[in-house]
Design a protein around this ligand. Sequence first.
Ligand code: GLC
Length: 721
Amino acid sequence: MKKVDERRIEDLLSQLTLEEKINMIHGVAIFHSGGVPRLGIPPLKMSDGPMGVRKEFAYDSWINVGTTDDLVSYLPSNSALASTWSRDLAYKTGKVLGAEARGRGKDVILAPGINIKRSPLCGRNFEYMSEDPRLVEELVVPLVKGIQENDVAACVKHLAANNQETDRLEVDTYVDQRSLREIYLPGFKAAIDKGESHTIMGAYNRLYGEFCSQSRYLLTELLRDEWGYDGAVISDWGAVHDTKEAAESGLDIEMSVTANFDDYYMANPLLEAVRNGEIKEEYIDKKIRNILRTMLRLNMLGEDRKNRVPGTYNAPHHREAIQECAEESIILLKNENNRLPLQKDKLKTLAIIGQNGERVHAGGGGSAEIKALYEISPLLGMKMELGGNVEVKYAKGYYVPTKEEKELNWQQDSLEKQTITKEEAELKAEKQEKETRARQEELLQEAVALARDTEEVILVVGLDHEYDVEGGDRKDMKLPYGQDRLIKEVLAVNPSAIVVVVAGSPIEMGSWADATSAIVWCYYAGMEGGRALAKVLLGKVNPSGKLAETFPKTHMDCPAHKLGEFGNYGKITYNEGVYVGYRYYDSYDIDVEFPFGHGLSYTTFKYSDLKVEVDQTNKEDVDVRIQVTIENTGSVYGAEVVQVYVSDKEASVDRPIHELKGFEKVYLKPGEKQNVNITLNKDSFSFYDVESKRFVVEPGEFEIQLGSSSRDIRLVETIIL
Ligand code: GLC
């Protein structure tokens, strides 16, 4: 972490009264903690979120101030970013997010969320990156650095093991130490050690019985004592439950969702407890030091403020970076007989079928919601790219109940709140159901008729922020709104139709994936998502996205559901251990819809001349230098993500059949060859030994596997360590 002049901290600390210190360690507004004007200490202003700077709220309520000066750039979700496998784009989008936060006058951006995608059903997966800790480590570091170049603190969240939304405020998570260290913590440790994240957010859930945001184990023993973290730890909003535990833990700032700021656990109750000697003031002083150290790192104090980066938002070059990221995030899952790209000059009429063709998503998802300056839908993107000589038709294809209709449903569910009788409510619900079914049928028939009459048909289906949303998990991976039937009926009348899915988490595709020649996957990719998709479909951009999470056939195949527990209330145990994602599917040879690391291109790549050199001269470490030649053997420019998996052939513990340990993205012209060099060190061969409480490398045979996905291994070399 960046060194600061600790004397300045001690000087300020010595002048602060107890009341002033207390004022600094809890929210005095929904999104900022208290300052001390007398000493030139400003409040610490925070804002969500991972996809841009959230709209401005009144200081003491969740009401949008409603002016037009909080329209911002809407960035690709972390799921989209992870699908680019590009450290450079992580850095670029980090710089955009940080500049926009600074431009909006914020000191802390509550991002990125990096919790591991343990189950495809977690409502917040769209906000997270991957099922694999190494990919998270490699992308979170440049992302945090990009953010913090703007004198804004990243706030990497949510520490730790916050992998479901069900019962998120209370659930008590039990994950064995080895899995915690090998799977769930590495992203946070890299964000701190290499990313130097100025702040960290404690999660809502419990870990081993302690609430994460006031956990002695997590925030003191691990974060402070073992990792030596000296930045500021901020609770999730409403995640603190006890004054003494919070005060004596490594937590620095308590935030919450209500306006009774003086009643917060670390407000008056703590002031009283210190006054009556129940809690030592030195615990408060530790918090103040971490907060002041963070402020110094952000050039927030004294003369430093003159050097503070001003930032800006909605800048054109921000949108260029967003567009680049969106384009590289799109994943070509299937492309039989080179169905794609579309031949623009042969196109006369094109039909887009499915509401995700025209829907926009920025304003949903929970705290990641964004008041976007604009958002280009797939339909708009196609029209912008095609121009006026191609007729683009559109049919909704399926029915999405409007908000108020859902509200009505919600009201009927909570009978105690409703004014009408149970019978009337049931009659109303029946009537509404019938209308919905009629509406659905009508839209379906209209779409099928259009598909029958149009040569080129693109289905655009998927999810929305009714399903990809904070505070709730899906109950399965099924497409909602009767979309499976729409897809099948359209393919029945027009087998050449292609399927585009816009979603934040995997869906079941088994009932129609074989019936279409091409499937394209788009995570919520920000304001330029629709145009990026259009460019990919028309071949202006050659897709290079790769799955950062396995797409299982159904959630029942997922280890979190098959071996572990998911979606429980009260207590949850991660029985699957380290067998998360492809670590499980590949080790147990489970059939999946699309594997981790998978993504096709409009060109082809050849892997050759694998060389692996082991250098063990350094007793403390080992260098395994890998070189491979990649050639673009097709006819168009393209990018390939070369993945390196390590397989431990003889270990004293049970280890997954292989694990991602390195990757490089190479951009090649047709016919171009490039040598790709990737160096692994001892960390890439180690596992966490719970007896000795450290990572160990056991001597023996290891396989170095080079592949285009976890299930498309091209070259293998065996080494002995
Ligand atoms: C929410 C989320 C967290 C967000 C915070 C402030 O509940 O869990 O990610 O940053 O509260 O909105």
